[in-house]
Design a protein around this ligand. Structure first.
Ligand code: AMP
Length: 456
């Protein structure tokens, strides 16, 4: 199957060829013709499956089919993403695939000046890629007119909800016309996502693809049991003895990321950069660019900052600290082993994290190999301590929008409780009916078995 059979016109095919893509990925095969037809899509797909081209190519195709007169501040396509990095990446894809087309696109996110964004919007824009917080700020200033939105894309919707964007998304939805195409991409399907999908999508086509590179085939996973106080030393040893040249290291907290960077340099002479929500946008972009270019070998990241980041041919991921949520483990290790290449995911696990490890193994239905490193064998006299998440401690993941580098106007930082979330219902009967149909489809999705290393 080639791209030419999917209904894409010549300028797009030329750009795809220039990229060196010969065959569409499964999600592209399924989604492109459906999106061109104007149908709503609910897609269960992660980063790494080619999903960005799966929605940007057909949207560019649809945009090229009509050329309405755009008034100031009007937009035709809106792509919402959870993070600035993902917004920038989607914009980059659009620029790549739309190389031979005429359209105007822009990115909108916080952490940078608002005035240039307002100025660009005043000219009218075909495609806006935005994080919800800043877009809502702009909407509050009447800087954008949603009345002509033809298509809305929610990319990584699960992560947007995790990050507390549900209220912003709902407010934005109210500003948009009912009659529009909606595409929702999510790696996981919580009850909250199902409610959101039920309220937004009209008779959606369900597109489900497994990651091309499942953990089983492409990523070797290993756990080294080690005392918390010796993790940095072990990491430095691994980097040096294994001659790693590019490694993405995950910490649980922003403070932990900064500290690790400092210590790697101070004690082991290893240059690294940190990427997290407290860093300025400029610093984040620079750190990522330096890492991609090989200027720094080690990039230390928190989960949300690294979400969606696509680093070609990344060979190693290290879980310096295990994530609280097992799904984040899958997202983390999915940064490596992409595009058919082999990857290695190493987790440094201390006694405090044994429960987290068990949860991860249960979630992935895999027993991760434990490799003993003699010089770093844990001291049996050390007892497990509760895990501190951030300086304030506490057992929950940090969902604050502030923590993710997005503006927190009004100082709001509240999450709906799980019970309140599950009580949220579609508001109209039409949505309820759609919701019932969707529910059946989504329930099937829940029965999917996540890819694992060894089936139990
Ligand atoms: P995504 O899932 O959108 O983050 O894409 C993951 C990576 O796959 C990106 O680096 C894309 O450039 C690449 N990619 C997307 N579609 C194709 C394709 N059809 N053939 C080869 N690579 C692709």
């Amino acid at each position: 199957m080639s791209f030419s059979t999917l209904g894409l016109s010549e300028p797009l095919l030329k750009a795809i060829q220039l990229q060196g893509y010969t065959t569409p990925t499964p999600i592209q095969l399924k989604a492109i013709p459906i999106v061109i037809k104007g149908r709503d899509v609910l897609a269960a797909a992660q980063t790494g499956t080619g999903k960005t081209a799966g929605f940007t190519l057909p949207l560019l195709e649809r945009l090229s089919q009509t050329q309405p007169q755009m008034k100031s501040k009007q937009i035709r396509v809106l792509v919402l993403t959870p993070t600035r990095e993902l917004a920038a990446q989607v914009a980059e894809s659009i620029a790549t695939y739309g190389k031979y087309m005429k359209y105007r696109s822009m990115v909108i996110f916080g952490g940078v000046g608002i005035n240039p964004q307002l100025a660009s919007l005043r000219k009218g824009v075909d495609i806006v890629i935005a994080t919800p917080g800043r877009l809502l700020d702009i909407a509050g200033q009447k800087g954008v007119d949603f009345s002509r939105v033809e298509c809305l894309v929610l990319d990584e919707a699960d992560r947007m909800l995790d990050m507390g964007f549900i209220h912003d998304i709902k407010k934005l939805m109210k500003l948009m016309p009912q009659q529009k195409q909606t595409l929702l991409f999510s790696a996981t399907f919580s009850s909250e996502i199902k409610t959101l999908a039920s309220g937004l999508l009209k008779d959606p086509v369900l597109v489900e693809v497994a990651r091309e590179n499942t953990t089983a085939e492409q990523i070797s996973q290993v756990v080294h049991l080690v005392d918390k106080g010796r993790k940095r030393e072990l990491l430095a040893q691994l980097i040096k003895t294994k001659k790693w040249t590019q490694v993405l290291v995950f910490t649980r907290t922003k403070h932990g990321a900064n500290k690790l960077c400092q210590q790697l340099e101070e004690y082991s002479g290893i240059q690294s950069a940190a990427i997290h929500g407290n860093k300025s946008q400029g610093a984040r972009t620079k750190a990522l660019a330096n890492f991609k270019a090989g200027v720094v070998k080690v990039l230390v990241a928190t989960d949300i900052a690294a979400r969606g980041i696509d680093i070609e041919q990344l060979p190693h991921v290290v879980n310096y600290e295990l994530p609280n949520v097992p799904e984040d483990y899958v997202h983390r290790i999915g940064r490596t082993g992409r595009a058919g290449l082999k990857g290695e995911a190493v987790s440094l696990v201390c006694i405090d994290e044994h429960e987290l490890l068990k949860n991860i193994e249960r979630f992935t239905k895999a027993d991760i190999e434990k490799v003993d490193i003699e010089a770093f064998r844990p001291d049996p006299s050390i007892l497990a301590q509760p895990i501190q998440n951030g300086r304030g401690g506490g057992g929950k993941r940090n969902n604050s929008r502030n923590g993710n580098g997005n503006s927190n106007r009004n100082g709001r930082n509240k999450q709906p409780t799980e019970s309140r979330r599950s009580q949220e219902k579609p508001k109209n009967t039409r949505a309820e009916k759609i919701g019932t149909n969707l529910q059946a489809k989504l329930d099937n999705l829940d029965k999917r078995s996540p890819s694992g290393k060894r089936r139990r």
